[in-house]
Design a protein around this ligand. Structure first.
Ligand SMILES: *Cc1c(COP(=O)(O)O)cnc(C)c1O
Length: 462
């Protein structure tokens, strides 16, 4: 399997290289040169399998050549053993034709554990062969950073630096998950700026090729193809549990950086019968506006009670644009240049293609709170604000096929918002009850590339 850049001017890579590289050297993102297909029989055969076995069958064709079958099986086994639910990604019913896919039973209580735990194991296996050291730098609006730290803490050959927005834009649970691990290879950096600023500095570091080579920079943001890949699995397992491939399903996905829903798009590309993929945004609704108007223009980020979706520069959107523009790297590069100058208008052809695949909607803050309350009143279930955004949007996109809304975080990760809406304070699972007692370790950093590079040079293990 070969991987190519969305901007068409970076070298073609193997899975291992694409995984360890993150952002392509031409500024683009890596995608598979061809998406492997699963036949209806192969999809039907996933029914009733343990999550790990299904994951192996779905991931294998993408990584063949980099790992042996045994290596991949071992990585998958270790990745999910710390999850608090034997089904890993259980489905619960919210209404007659509406299901919630609970993706928050991992160690940091958000769906990002599905990908991060697996790539921690894949990185370790690949690096152990050569003894190579790498420096992982990530930017987070909260959940990616905690999941990355949890997955990479204490691993040999890796230093991990996570940039997160200073102040109260990340919840206290999210912050503590990043600042309390005591392992020496973990560095939590509170940056003076919002998430888009953190992500912009991260991109600057990757685009400084001398620095990138000097510290062997690797990225684990959702631009990393290996993360998208790990997320493809639960689209299959949930759809099969609801009757695929005979019966189609719809998915509604709380969306920020477009990584999670892009995994659904890949699942569909592999042959899973997905009737609709619905993009759910909070008040930071650039993706919804893009589908409605054909204009992709970031506005300022307005902090919300679903902070992991407070994003205007949605990195993975580039991957779907690449397909919408017939995989013409030049066209994507031109759009991204326009984006740097304020935004772009999609061609009619590209917009039509996007609309064939995706629906979209938004939820205001008041609608999000009302949805948390209503779901609690009608089902007894507490849901996090990100999930609530998608439940509200899903209800506007019901069709013939059953709807699966992705539950992206545990309600206890956002207790203030959940309690304000329902009067109930969601409890942390017992396995993390000591989070509020552990000492925190964090470095405040300015929104400045040179200072960040200096800090990383000085603090990584040599
Ligand atoms: C990261 C995150 C999202 C957004 O996912 P993307 O892949 O960035 O679109 C939604 N909800 C929660 C809880 C998250 O942590």
């Amino acid at each position: 399997m070969e991987y190519i850049s969305t901007r068409g001017r970076a070298p073609v890579l193997t899975f291992e290289q694409a995984m360890l590289t993150g952002l392509a050297r031409d500024g683009g993102l890596y995608v598979p040169a061809e998406v492997p297909q699963m036949s209806a029989d192969e999809i039907a055969a996933l029914e009733g399998l343990p999550y790990e076995e299904a994951a192996f069958r779905i991931v294998w064709p993408f990584v063949e050549g980099t790992f042996t079958e045994d290596e991949l099986r071992d990585c998958i086994e270790r990745a999910y053993q710390g999850f608090g639910h034997v089904a890993r990604a259980p489905l619960v019913q919210l209404a007659p034709s509406h299901f919630l896919l609970e993706l928050f039973h991992g160690p940091t209580l958000a769906f990002k554990d599905f990908a991060m735990q697996l790539i921690g194991q894949l990185f370790q296996t690949a690096l152990a062969r050569t003894g190579q050291r790498i420096t992982i730098v990530g930017a987070t609006s909260g959940d990616t950073g905690s999941a990355a730290i949890e997955a990479f803490k204490g691993l040999e050959n890796v230093d991990v630096f996570i940039l997160f927005p200073d102040g109260d834009r990340v919840s206290e649970v999210q912050r503590r998950q990043m600042t309390t691990p005591a392992e020496e290879n973990v560095h939590a950096l509170a940056m003076d700026g919002d998430f888009d600023a953190c992500q912009a500095r991260l991109k600057d570091m990757f685009n400084d090729h001398a620095f990138r080579d000097e510290v062997a920079l690797a990225g684990v943001n959702s631009i990393n193809w290996a993360r998208v890949l790990a997320q493809v699995v639960y689209y299959f397992t949930s759809a099969v549990a609801l009757g695929a491939p005979e019966r189609a399903v719809r998915f509604c996905v709380p969306t920020g950086n477009f990584g999670d829903i892009f995994a659904g798009y890949i699942a569909r590309g592999m042959g899973l019968p997905v009737e609709r993929l619905v993009i759910a945004t909070n008040q930071n609704d650039i993706l919804h506006r893009t589908l409605v108007t054909g204009e992709h223009r970031p506005e300022g980020v307005e902090p919300s009670i679903s902070p992991s979706m407070d994003i205007q520069i949605s990195s993975n959107f580039e991957r779907v644009l690449f397909d919408a523009y017939d995989r013409e790297g030049n066209a994507v590069e031109a759009l991204m240049e326009e984006l740097g100058d304020g935004g772009f208008a999609l061609s009619q052809g590209a917009l039509d293609r996007l609309r064939e695949n995706f629906g979209s909607g938004r939820a205001s803050e008041a609608e999000t709170r009302a949805t948390i309350r209503r779901v609690f009143e009608t089902t007894g279930q507490l849901i996090c604000p990100h999930t609530a955004v998608a439940v509200k949007v899903a209800e506007e996109h019901m069709g013939r096929a059953p709807m699966v809304t992705l539950g992206t975080a545990h309600p206890a990760k956002f207790p203030v918002a959940v309690e304000a809406a329902t009067g109930q304070r969601p409890a942390l699972p017992p396995r993390m009850a000591d989070l509020f007692d552990l000492p925190e370790r964090v470095t405040a950093v300015p929104n400045d590339l040179a200072s960040l590079q200096h800090l990383i040079r000085e603090n990584r293990s040599k």
